[in-house]
Structure formats: structure tokens, C-alpha cells
Design a protein around this ligand. Structure first.
Ligand code: 5RP
Length: 279
């Protein structure tokens, strides 16, 4: 089909707008399409450059020889583990890495790092992890990847927790950019009463997280279910966390309050912004 110039221009403008609205940046690639030769935008996930930059800087500034290191879960931590492994090859860092999930354990093993456990190394020097959202007090929502319980235990055993994320996660108020709710790990037999009690005590929508490649709910690494509590408006997160923990059947929440002082946010052009809290 022969496209005239106006049609082609409109088509590419629309295509470009769609790419940009999805958070993609452009790089040029020359492509021959049928009878005409043109330049098309190539998709590149802009959040990835930010994740890499944040991960590299956090690892370079905080990982030192001989440490016990907590390894978080998610997509951003993959870049941190890659960086640790690169440095380890050159510097022989002699680290012990404690995983926060099945995924983290695989990452540690796949990168030839030394796998440890809380049983043998309960005192962690540094933990690195991602986050779903960070507010102005450096409180976090975590658990988008379903690993919040082990992540919180590891973070609580670490002298310092460093968070790495792309800038989309940086907010003033929790719930601004992360709309999926607060992840809550619950005992499977109690999920229904927990849902009802959360709705009664806090309002909002406590939704059972369903699996996408399996029929039924997501089952965590600990054999539990997840409820995502979707909320409206502003909250005192300390109150919310206390209320949630008082509901029988709730095992842990994805609210990480006052657990970290430093977040590395990577921008799409590879810069890093550090958000930090004084003592
Ligand atoms: O809490 C988590 C998993 O339970 C992750 O750290 C969080 O979801 C961020 O993930 P990503 O780095 O993929 O954005």
C-alpha cells in the first residue's frame, strides 16, 4: 500500500506520542520499510538506565571487602548484583550474601557470589533493595514483587539499608505514583476475615493478589497469600501499620517505616539523585 506523506507523518506522530506516553525514550534506527526508507524510534526502557545508575552508585559507595550483604528482590536489584559480581572479579571482595527471596538466592548463585543465611550470619553490614514508592520522610512501600516479609527481616538485621530505584518511585506522599496498594502478607486460611477486618478498620479495598501464570492467588516464598490494600487519601503510616499488625492472620506489611536513611534514584539519562534523612 502506498502511503502519502501526510498519512506517514500523522502515523509517525501518533506512534511517537504512544512511545513517549509509555515512558520510552528514542534512539534513531534506520529501517527500510517496503518501498520507503525511514528512521523509526526504537524502544528503550528509560527506567532501566535509572535503575542501572542507582544500582552502580549504591554498590560502589557502600559495598566493602569482607561484608555480610543483604540482597533485595525485584528488577532493580539485578543490576546491583551484576555490579557486585563485576567488582568481586577484580577486587575479590570476600562477601557473604544473604538473600531476601528465591529470586535473590538464584541471583547470588548465578553470579558466583557466596550464599549465606541468617542462621550463620545474623548480623548484616549492609542491605541493598528496591522499593515501589518512597515518600518525603523516606518511608517506603515494598512488596510489589511479593517478597516483603524476608526483605523486612533482612533489612531489620542490617546496620544500614540502601534503597535503589528509578525516579518514578520518588514521591512526597505514599500512594501518589504507586496505585496498587500496600502489600500485606497473610496466612492463607485467614485471608477472607483479614480482608473484611481491614475494610472495616481502614476502609479502602483489600484485594487478594491473583497470579497471572497460574489459576488462583499468588503464593509467596513463605507459602502465604498477599492482600494489596488500596487506599485513598493521606494516612499516618505508623497508625496504619500498627492497625494492620493487630489483625490476626496478618504476618507482615509492605510499609517500611524509618528503616532506611538513603535512597539512590536514577534518572533516565543515568544521573543519580540521593535522597537522605538526617538522624
Ligand atoms: O519490594 C520488592 C519486592 O517485594 C521490590 O524491591 C520492589 O517491588 C521494587 O521492585 P523493582 O526493582 O522491580 O521496581
Amino acid at each position: 500500500m502506498q502511503l502519502n506523506l501526510v498519512t506517514k507523518t500523522t502515523f509517525y506522530r501518533k506512534l511517537l506520542r504512544t512511545f513517549l506516553s509509555q515512558g520510552f525514550s528514542l534512539s534513531k534506527s534506520n529501517l527500510t520499510l517496503g518501498h520507503f526508507h525511514t528512521s523509526l524510534p526504537v524502544m528503550a526502557d528509560t527506567s532501566e538506565a535509572g535503575k542501572i545508575a542507582a544500582a552502580n552508585k549504591a554498590v560502589d559507595e557502600n559495598i566493602k571487602e569482607g561484608q555480610v550483604v543483604g540482597i533485595g528482590s525485584g528488577t532493580t536489584i539485578v543490576f546491583a548484583v551484576k555490579r557486585i559480581a563485576e567488582r568481586n572479579k577484580v577486587e575479590n571482595l570476600n562477601l557473604i550474601c544473604i538473600p531476601t527471596s528465591f529470586q535473590a538466592r538464584q541471583l547470588i548463585n548465578d553470579h558466583g557470589l557466596t550464599l549465606g543465611s541468617l542462621e550463620t550470619s545474623p548480623d548484616i553490614d549492609v542491605a541493598i533493595d528496591g522499593a515501589d514508592e518512597v515518600d518525603s520522610d523516606i518511608n517506603l512501600i515494598k512488596g510489589g514483587g511479593g517478597c516483603l516479609m524476608q526483605e523486612k527481616i533482612i533489612a531489620s538485621c542490617a546496620k544500614e539499608l540502601f534503597i535503589i530505584a528509578d525516579t518514578r518511585k520518588n514521591s512526597e506522599v505514599l500512594g501518589t505514583s504507586w496505585k496498587k496498594g500496600i502489600p500485606i502478607e497473610v496466612l492463607p486460611m485467614a485471608y477472607r476475615p483479614v480482608q473484611l477486618k481491614i475494610a472495616q478498620l481502614l476502609g479502602g479495598k483489600p484485594l487478594l493478589r491473583m497470579a497471572s501464570q497460574k489459576a488462583g492467588p499468588v503464593v509467596t516464598d513463605n507459602g502465604n497469600f498477599l492482600i494489596d490494600w488500596q487506599f485513598e487519601g493521606k494516612h499516618d503510616w505508623y497508625d496504619v501499620d500498627r492497625i494492620l499488625h493487630n489483625v490476626p492472620g496478618v504476618i507482615e506489611t509492605g510499609l517500611f517505616l524509618n528503616m532506611t536513611k538513603t535512597v539512590y534514584f536514577g534518572t533516565p539519562d543515568g544521573q543519580v539523585i540521593i535522597k537522605s534523612k538526617k538522624n
